[in-house]
Write a protein that binds this ligand. Structure first.
Ligand SMILES: *Cc1c(COP(=O)(O)O)cnc(C)c1O
Length: 372
């Protein structure tokens, strides 16, 4: 019904998986599909990446994993954070690779595994400098030993996360690898030899070959978005999401009139103005127009004028003829013009991750299948 939609090109997603697999081989590719697949739809994206040869999936929350299991996906799913202590039983029920960062977490996970008669695969997370989650390097051997000796748990993996991998010249990434490898050496010295070591998000996987280890956890790159302006443009990623709408009204305004709440934009010349039925409740920032944001209509870039409202925004079309029903591209390509999520991010002083994750659930998703 709605004249606004996000289109997700699963062929582009499959292409990006292929590019990443080739780049990181023999490391496994774990496709990170948290936050509803970065706004692209976690089930459709998961099926597409697995068809394209991704080995694993990863999510942030037990309930995100539950959605995938209930959709019939049986491949390995890694949970990136330790579940709440009260949720260990649920995590075990969905057969996840579970992140553990504390002794009490290991103990309660083992109890849940025992209750369900299962052996659970564990990935211990080590904090090598991000200071978000993870056991400290000083405590890592004790925690790993505790997991290793429990018959209900199998320490399959040890991992860490990089804080500045999107700045390829920042030496701190190598320092994190050094700390990580010291932990691995301590573990090996105690006979603890997890088979899957991993440290790489998209930026690390692309820019820091040393950090690929046995598996890479790639999220943003799957969707064809370079993890940073200086990382990933060279490998030929293809953007998967386009955000489209149709003109819902056209009016002529005269020079000197203002537009939208607060009348914060004033027209210098008479103009045709197109109204587009998508707004900040859909994830189009209220500030986008004030910060120079544009859309494409009729193959030309045109300014969004005034503040974006909850459900609608307005576009200055000058003296050009526009009609109700004309296609409007907010993100994507029309003719030889293209607007990317990265362009929005620059205007909004954020990163493209926040742009695509912010496209709200009110916007219906449509899929172009990998076969076209
Ligand atoms: C989200 C996340 C990733 C994926 O990061 P991208 O930059 O999107 O590739 C990898 N690892 C962890 C721990 C994460 O939280």
């Amino acid at each position: 019904m709605r004249a606004a939609r996000a289109e997700v090109d699963l062929g582009a997603v499959a292409h990006n998986v292929g590019v990443l697999r080739e780049l990181v081989a023999p490391a496994l590719v774990c496709a990170v599909v948290k936050a509803d697949g970065y706004g692209h739809g976690s089930i459709a994206v998961s099926e597409a990446v697995l068809d394209a040869g991704a080995d694993w999936l990863a999510v942030a929350l037990v309930e995100e994993a539950a959605v995938l299991r209930k959709a019939g996906i049986t491949k390995p799913i890694l949970l990136l954070s330790q579940p709440r202590l009260a949720d260990m039983a649920a995590a075990v029920r969905f057969d996840l690779r579970i992140c553990i960062t504390s002794m009490v977490g290991a103990e309660l996970l083992a109890a849940a595994a025992r209750d369900q008669g299962k052996i659970v695969l564990v990935h211990m997370k080590v904090d090598t400098g991000m200071n978000r989650i993870g056991v400290s390097p000083a405590d890592a051997l004790a925690l790993a030993s505790d997991i290793w000796r429990r018959p209900e748990l199998h320490l399959e993996g040890v991992f860490t996360h990089c804080a500045v991998a999107d700045e390829p010249d920042n030496p701190f990434t190598a320092e994190q690898f050094d700390r990580f490898e010291e932990v691995l050496a301590d573990l090996a010295g105690a006979g603890i030899t997890p088979s899957i070591r991993h440290a790489a998000n998209s930026a690390t996987a692309v820019a820091h070959p040393r950090g690929r280890y046995d598996l890479v956890r790639v999220g943003i790159a799957l969707f064809g978005i370079p993890p940073a302006p200086s990382v990933g443009n060279e490998i030929g990623l293809r953007p998967a999401m386009s955000l489209r709408a149709e003109v819902s009204a056209v009016k002529r305004v005269t020079a000197g009139e203002g537009i939208s709440y607060g009348l914060r934009y004033r027209f210098e010349n008479d103009a045709n103005v197109a109204t587009v039925p998508i707004g900040y409740a859909d994830g189009v920032s209220r500030r986008l127009g004030l910060n120079g944001g544009e859309v494409i209509i009729g193959g030309k870039r045109r300014r969004i004028v005034g503040v974006v409202t909850m459900d609608q925004l307005m576009v200055d079309c000058g003296d050009d003829h526009v009609e109700v029903g004309d296609e409007v591209i907010l993100i994507g390509r029309q003719g030889n013009q293209e607007i990317t999520a990265e362009e929005w991010a620059e205007r909004l002083d954020t990163i493209a991750y926040e742009v695509v994750c912010g496209i709200g659930p009110r916007v219906p998703r449509f899929y172009l299948s990998a076969g076209g």
